[in-house]
Each structure stands twice: as C-alpha cells, then as structure tokens.
Ligand binder design. Sequence first.
Ligand code: FCB
Length: 482
Amino acid sequence: MDKGINRRTLGVLAAGGAIGVGLGGCDRAGKTEVAIKSRQFPGDFVWGVATAAFQTEGSPTADGRGPSIWDTFEKQPGRIKDGSNADLATDSYRRYAEDVDLISGAGLKAFRFSMAWSRVLPTGAGTVNTAGLDHYDRLVDACLAKGVTPYATLFHWDLPQALQDKGGWSARDTAHSFADYAAAVAARLGDRLKHFITLNEPAVHTVFGHVLGEHAPGLKDIALLGPTTHHMNLGQGLAIQALRAAHGDLTIGTTQALQPCRQAGGGLAFWNRPAAQGLDALWNRAWLDPLLKGTYPSLMEDFLKGHVRDGDLATIRQPIDFLGVNYYAPAYVKLDLKSASHIAPGAPPQGGELDAFGRQIDPSGLGQVLEMVRRDYGNPRVLITENGCSDPFGNGPGVIDDGFRSQYLRRHLEAVKGAMEAGSRIGGYFTWTLIDNWEWDIGYTSKFGLVAMDRATGVRTPKASYAWFKGLAQSGTLPLTP
Ligand code: FCB
C-alpha cells in the first residue's frame, strides 16, 4: 500500500489531501441514513462501552508489568502527534472502580476492556506475573459486583516488546505464545470471566504497524503483510482452543475492523475497482474467510506463500459464539500503479460530513458491512464491539454538550436496527468509548468519550452523550433526536 495512508485517510481523504477522481458516486451526503420500522431494541440486547488497556490504564511499570511495543514506539521522536505518552492515560489501572461505577451508573450491563499481555507475562511468555493478573481479578470482581458483565479482549495491539524482539507476529512462535497467554488468563479468571474477545482489529495492527509504519512496531515492509496476517489468525485459532480447553462454558468471539471498500469516483471509475477489491481482500476477508469458511481470499495467495502449513486452516476455523464488528467509516481507494500494492487512498464523495478525527460519517457503511456478514458468512451472531466518533467538545469540567456524538450514535444505531430488521443476528452494541483517552499515534488530541477527564486531577465529568446513552440503555428505545 502507498505510504501516506493513515487511519483517517483510509476512511476518508478530506479536501486538500485528496487525490482521487471524485466523479460523484453512490454515497453522497443525504443518502447515508437508514430507514427502520421500529425504534425498539429487544429486551435482551446488550448495551455496553469498550476501552483498551494501553489507551486507559497508565501505570506502565506497576506490579511488574513488562514493556510493550507501544511503550517503545511512543518514546521515539515524531511518532505521536502531540508528543505525549500513555503513562497516565485515563489512570484506569488505579481508578478502575470509578470507571465501573460510571458504567453501571449509565445503566450499561457490559464492559469491554482489554488486558495488557505484558502485565500477565512481562516478557510475553514463561512465568506468569501473579500481581498483574491480580489487577484483572479485581476488575472482573468489581464489574460483577455492579451487575456489569466483563468482556475481556486479549490482544488490543500492545504486544510485549520481548516478543517483538523475536519477530513479533511475523514469527510463528508468537501464535503459540498467544495461546499460552490465553490459557493463563482462563486458568485464573475463567471461573468468573465468561466472555472473551481474542483479537482487536488485527487488520489495523498488521497494516498500520507492519506495512505503513504509523503504529507500533513502526515497520514499513509489505512482505510482512502475509506472515503477520497468518500468524494472528493462527494465534487466534490456538487461543480459542486453549480457552475452551480451560473452561467449557465460555462465550468467545473476535473483533474485526470492517469497512466497505469503495472505489473512489463511484460507479463510473471502474479502473479503481481492482483497488477496492484488493483492499477488501486484505482488510476484511483475510480475517473473515479463514475463520468462517476455512480458506484465504485468492488475492492474498502471493502474500501468504510459504507461511501456511498443513492443518493451519483447520486450526483457524474454530467455532465462535459471536463476531465482533467495529465500524467507524467506509474506505475509498483508487488504483495507483506507482505504489507497491497498486492501492492508494481515494476521495470520498464531496459534501460528506466528517468527525473531528477526520473520518467520514456514513451510517450506511455500517449497514453495508452487516449485510456482507449476513450474506457472505452465514449470518453469525454479531456484537457491535466498537462504534463512536471524535468530537471537538469537552476540554474541562462543567456540562459538555456533545450532541454531535449522540447524533452520531443515534444514526449508526438506526443502521444496526435496520440490519436486524433485514435478518442480521445482532445481540449488542458497545460504544467507543467511556472516557476521553490516549488515542495511539495522535495522543490526547481526540475526544471519543462519553465522559471527559481532567488529567491534572483525574476528575471525570459525564457529558451530555452519557445521559443520552443512559436513556437508551434503560429504555431500549432509540430516540428520534438529536
Ligand atoms: C479503533 C480502535 C480503538 C480506537 C478507536 C478510535 O480502531 O480499536 O482502539 O483507536 O478506533
């Protein structure tokens, strides 16, 4: 892929950065809404929030935690937009009980958090750090005491640095270490922690961490695409086996960053179609196909050559209890014969809306990926494990009127409801995120939270969207406004 793509440009290239053809197309602003028959969600629909360890915990050396690749990356000059690091983040390692209170206070029944592998195994493998697991033990108990179901993601991009030093996910051994880590977590917590998510958005970790160099570990090598993809898939399969061997009653899923891959320029720009198909293969289908069909997309074959061994595809194709879908925006791509992959970011239709992160707001894209899952993958049970937006509001204490966020959530939940009415088996929705946090390579410059935090004092202030989401979670009825 061409360099110059970042997580925002993958979703959208705003005017100025755009190089695409922009002839119009099927997704102009005004056609992004989704019509629904009823605004009532089922009574057992799961409402929750999602967070990630590195973006929230802080306390990077507490209780024997080992360094992860993000600890290394954030210290390299120029890597993080505002020059910050995540040493404080939302201070949730220390203030986790306040977080759980905020979640239960919003009437939410589920908390998706991730575990830092290097707290459990400081060098990624070998001796388990009991003190690190103690933290997650306390967190799980705090959730259960408040009637909040914990959903633990095992890998949300913070690989132990010691494993990266041996090749990270491009090395096959990492897949086995991941399964050992999963087994250690299940052995200690599986009596109370019943919901697991193996990987978070492995496409983002692979492409942005290994091909584009914008995320840790900061590598830029298209040759890593195949092995990293395959070993993450393999590690997931082995981890699911290990979890099920430890406890037979777990609910296990994976979380994928699904994006409709659209040709820049719309229907007339047919020359961009191969680029859209190529991105769809490596971004969506390289993860869904092996898990749900036992094959890789043929477009991935050259990348994977020499890495897939006999039996691997059977290991990867484990039954799952739900597919986690993260959705933020569609991707627009164009053909670029000068880049190694022949794929480059393209412009979305003009006149669309953007959030403060620069992503296009287009709920119809969520409907589109849910339709793809329903149509192409046998309609598995789905949880929306992330959806949300960055907005410019919420720098300090006081009432923060982030109606922008509530409106974003309302419109995307219409897309979720529309997909359910069309037959998708969607059981829950976790918004991203609880508290404004440390957003990877852009540091503290984005605000995705229902709650603001004063980093000097740690004081948390719920925003207007917190009350809006609470009303929804309590009634199960999607409001007509904002
Ligand atoms: C998702 C990531 C999450 C956060 C949100 C904004 O892609 O999973 O950690 O960065 O985007």
